[in-house]
Design a protein around this ligand. Structure first.
Ligand code: AHG
Ligand code: MN
Ligand code: MN
Length: 348
């Protein structure tokens, strides 16, 4: 640890940001703090994985039609338990729950909505590769009646988020979050000996252009011509534009995104023809794309669905999927030019 005994804790940082924001109440601080507690519990289980019966599949299929891992359900339960009692939420939405998660009648409700992917990168849980938790926070629309939460309370464009971020359970446990509006993107590392997340990455800015592209090339046969041309572009030698880029893909969105956020680069999950039920690709708009798009915009980057900003998409369904191109602004704009048809390999 540096010369300061503890350094800036996440609570200290949130409170300092809260003081800068006149309309901020303590509600947001309470919410974020409980999310931190949930992450500490999940981190402990992730780091015990393999020692206790927390690995492996549950043998059930979730609403995403994907095999559910034990740690998926554990993380989901912990987050719901930690957040439902704080009196700050009107409802939640989880990747693991088909419908809106309502707040039990025994707890007071509040004006926030939390959407989350409790455990991202499930396929990497039992092979010791970094996984994470992704979250986005919205304010309930003012017009919302005091009755039970409606789908409209959750189905808001990503630009309406009041905060977003993720936890990454890797060689260390790191929390990255932003409250938007120029407040910056900040990272905190968990010091197990202290049991606190301490400020470790202040005001992260993503390089305007990177040298890394992240995509599952195993899907090449399922892509359309524009997508292939776009990926081929990053692989083609051209000294003036620093190509070919380096390929990096671990299969956990949070890990691939976090590396590119710090080093620069583009992560892509294009639309593909692999599964007729998922023509827009595998990633979820509400619980994966929107929170990370909110973070990357605040860090000076960009996130697109190939035709326009992720944050401007008007959601129609809770679990709708979207193609995702996210990271360094120039790289994502280039990918968007290919996918939207404004650029082809001839003038690459
Ligand atoms: P989740 O574990 O929440 O279902 O997310 C997994 C996602 C994402 O983390 C990653 O980028 C992507 O799946 C990898 O998909 P492929 O294995 O098809 O490349
Ligand atoms: Mn995920
Ligand atoms: Mn998940």
């Amino acid at each position: 640890m540096g010369k300061k005994e503890v350094g800036t804790t996440i609570t200290q940082h949130i409170l300092s940001k809260q003081r800068e924001n006149s309309e901020a109440t303590g509600a947001f601080t309470i919410l974020l703090n409980e999310l931190v507690v949930a992450a500490k519990v999940i981190s402990r289980e992730v780091n015990k994985a393999g020692l206790v019966d927390i690995l492996g599949a549950t043998g059930t299929i979730n609403v995403q039609n994907e095999e559910v891992q034990k740690l998926d359900l554990f993380a989901n339960r912990i987050i719901i338990e930690r957040l439902q009692h704080i009196g700050q939420l009107c409802c939640m939405c989880s990747e693991e729950n088909a419908d809106i998660i309502e707040i039990p009648a025994r707890y007071p409700k509040g004006n926030y909505v939390v959407v989350f992917d409790p455990l991202d990168g499930s396929s990497n849980i039992d092979v010791n590769i970094s996984i994470g938790t992704i979250f986005g926070i919205y304010k309930r629309p003012d017009c919302a009646p005091e009755t039970e939460p409606l789908l409209g309370d959750i189905l808001q464009p990503g630009m309406k988020q009041v905060a977003a971020g993720y936890f990454i359970y890797g060689s260390s446990t790191v929390m990255i979050y932003t409250t938007g509006n120029g407040s910056g993107v900040h990272g905190f590392t968990l010091y197990p000996s202290v049991g606190e997340f301490l400020l470790s990455h202040e005001d992260i800015k993503i390089p305007e252009r990177g040298k890394i592209y992240s995509v599952n090339e195993g899907n090449y046969t399922y892509w359309d011509e524009k997508t292939r041309a776009m990926v081929d572009y990053f692989k083609t030698k051209d000294a003036d534009t620093g190509r070919p880029y380096t390929s990096r893909y671990v299969g956990s969105l949070v890990a691939d995104f976090h590396r590119n956020l710090l080093k620069g680069g583009i992560f892509m999950y294009p639309a593909d023809k692999k599964d007729p039920k998922k023509p827009s690709g595998k990633l979820r708009l509400m619980v994966e794309a929107n929170p990370l798009a909110f973070v990357v915009r605040e860090a000076g980057g960009y996130a697109s669905d190939g035709n326009g900003p992720i944050l401007e998409i008007d959601p129609k369904e809770l679990h709708q999927r979207t193609p995702l191109y996210i990271g360094s602004k120039k790289d994502v704009e280039l990918a968007e030019a290919f996918i939207s048809g404004k650029k082809n390999e001839l003038c690459a």
